[in-house]
Design a protein around this ligand. Structure first.
Ligand code: F6R
Length: 608
């Protein structure tokens, strides 16, 4: 949520900053702005809406400033308006601040500053920061001292970058629970929420840690830790990957492109890991903790949203294949529970972005418990990837659309590999699963080849305002995932339920205006799901179902059927979910929704 870019060097900073903001737009896209300092004067340009609008505005001005900061916003405090967009300034318009996160004690600070004569023009929590720095600047000898003093007063989570007309060659930055990375260049330096924004300029980076404060000029980067002033300066790291910006190519949207990348995502998640010919699963990312893994007798999976539903799939897989009890918790709930947690429990965080605030807090919560912290992460070098003891990357490639699609498939593939790995070859399912995994990318492609048919069915159902998704066993988390995809892309009310729970409440909702999407492919529990479908049909509810190729019984029973290739239960979720991704996509696009950037959402949720 919210993306930050900063530049100090010899080039026109505004161009570099707005280009970086484009790469960060996934973090928030309701407004954007920049501030530059040139000849002792600060200029702020802000726009409501996408970064493209800001770029147009910036291009119309002659800006050559070599000190610039920028921000793309996902509103927390105050509506997306010009006044609330960042950069925010002090009353004298000499200090400019961009901020990601939440200042929890902003009301108190605001009242204190108002009592001291400061006026506020926005509804943001951020506006207290430049004014607080201004307040301390009147009492302290330097901007650095005033910035530090202001940081001591703010509570919450933040990454902050400040510039001032009094310090026209310096970026001041700070981080607490919100990512910020310094890009180290030659005669120029950068700041960003994500290396993707600055990678084209430098691969040398310094990741700021919590309580770090940085003072950055063209030629020098100085980082100190406000909690531990004796801590040595952090080292410069070399990014060893290329974060090529995904291109749309022939696709109309990133969501569709990413759904179509399903076979490639499954393949890359398995590459060099699932060795069917050698009957081996090799997970290099877990090798350093193999000794510890032997003593693990419980796993708690923490994640949010779609990643949490992948975790629920993992729960079935790890319990059934490796015999280790697993519990899945929404990280936001886990964080405030007081549950017993022994050292033989491992915490497994799942996150596409690796930046989700709640999931990071969960990892922090167990920091002092001495437990093993594992991760399944897609974005290389992200906060969660760096803070876990060991983990497995998804390798799904960059996911740009806000709704997660291919990353979910990669997460489930990785979870299946972890389950096999933990089973130590003892399960009889080991070889059949590895053999099936080998065929899975081709089966995923077969599902995609039915896109036209799925589109036809989706158009038939686009007028309904409510939808129920039902499934059993591994089809249950798949149903939850089907429902969230429809909600977030088409803004249609949808709920995922275990099919067995229908009679315990949801059946009361069913009538001709309330359709059900039933996951009814071949499985040992199919007969039970068919009974649930019968009960829905008996009450006039329309039913669209997923069935296994050739299953006539499901076809006869339901209004519409989408067939998937025959597969084993352990891999079935992947094929089911591709169908539901396409189903949601076509309903959403036929309703005219912006599927890549749904309203009110952001790709990376960096505030609790
Ligand atoms: C839904 C979706 C979200 C994310 C959730 C967690 O399509 O994308 O529910 O899954 O915000 O994000 P990550 O996986 O980045 O931790």
């Amino acid at each position: 949520m919210c993306g930050i870019v900063g530049y100090i060097g010899n080039k026109p900073g505004s161009d570099i900053v707005v280009k970086g903001l484009e790469a960060l737009e996934y973090r928030g896209y309701d407004s954007a702005g920049i501030a530059v300092i040139e000849n002792g004067h600060g200029t702020v340009i802000k726009q409501v809406g996408r970064v493209a609008g800001l770029i147009e505005e910036v291009n119309q001005q002659e800006l050559n400033a070599s000190l610039a900061i920028g921000h793309t916003r996902w509103a927390t405090h105050g509506a997306p308006t010009i006044a609330n967009a960042h950069p925010q300034t002090n009353n004298a318009r000499s200090i400019f601040v961009v901020h990601n996160g939440i200042i929890e004690n902003f009301s108190y600070l605001r009242e204190r500053l108002q009592a001291a004569g400061y006026n506020f023009t926005s509804q943001t929590d951020t506006e207290v920061i430049p004014n607080l720095i201004d307040f301390y600047l009147k009492q302290l000898p330097s901007f650095e001292a005033a910035f530090k003093a202001a940081l001591q007063d703010v509570r919450g989570a933040y990454s902050i970058v400040a510039i001032s007309t009094d310090e026209p060659d310096t970026l001041f930055a700070a981080r607490l629970s919100s990512p910020l990375v310094i890009g180290v260049g030659e005669g120029e330096n950068f700041l960003a929420s994500d290396p993707a924004a600055i990678m084209e300029h430098t691969k040398k980076v310094i990741y700021l840690e919590d309580y770090d404060m940085a003072i950055i000029t063209r030629d020098k980067v100085h980082v100190l830790n406000l909690k531990d002033e004796k801590r040595p300066e952090p080292k410069v790291e070399l990014l060893d990957y290329d974060n090529e910006q995904a291109q749309l190519g022939e696709y109309p949207t990133f969501m569709l492109k990413e759904i179509y990348e399903a076979p490639a995502a499954i393949r890359s998640a398995m590459l060099g890991r699932a060795l069917a010919d050698r009957h081996l699963v090799k997970l290099g990312g877990l090798e350093s903790v193999l000794g510890q893994l032997k003593y693990i007798d419980r796993i708690v999976i923490v994640a949010m949203g779609t990643s949490c539903y992948a975790g629920l799939v993992g729960e079935y897989l790890i319990e059934e294949l490796a015999g280790i009890p697993v519990e899945v918790q929404l990280a936001s709930e886990f964080n405030y529970r007081k549950e017993p947690f022994s050292r033989s429990t491992a915490l497994l965080a799942i996150s596409q972005s690796g930046e989700t605030a709640d999931t990071i807090t969960a990892l922090k919560k167990v920091e002092d418990y001495g437990v093993l912290r594992l991760g399944i992460v897609n974005v290389v070098g992200s906060t969660i990837a760096r803070m876990t003891d060991a983990g497995v990357y998804c390798h799904a490639g960059q996911e740009k659309a806000v709704a997660s699609t291919k990353a979910f498939l990669a997460q489930v593939t990785v979870l299946l590999l972890i389950a096999l790995h933990l089973s130590d070859g003892k399960t009889k399912r080991f070889v059949p699963i590895l053999d099936e995994l080998d065929t899975l990318p081709a089966k995923a492609q077969k599902v995609l080849d039915q896109a036209e048919e799925i589109k036809r069915i989706a158009e038939k159902y686009k007028g309904y305002r409510d939808f129920l998704f039902i499934g059993r066993h591994l089809g249950f988390p798949a149903a939850l995932e089907g429902a969230i995809k429809l909600k977030e892309t088409a803004y249609v009310h949808a709920e995922g339920y275990a099919a067995g729970e229908m009679k315990h409440g949801p059946l009361a909702m069913i009538d001709k205006d309330f359709p059900t999407f039933a996951i009814a492919n071949d499985s040992p529990l199919l007969d039970k799901t068919l009974s649930n479908i019968q009960e829905i049909r008996a009450r006039g509810g329309p039913v669209v179902a997923i069935a296994t190729e050739g299953n006539k019984e499901v076809k006869d029973l339901c209004d519409d059927v989408i067939f998937i290739p025959k597969t084993i239960p352990e891999t079935s979720t992947i094929l089911q979910v591709i169908v539901m991704q396409l189903f949601a996509y076509y309903i959403a696009t036929s309703l005219g929704m912006d599927v890549d950037r749904p309203r009110n959402l952001a790709k990376s949720v960096t505030v609790e």
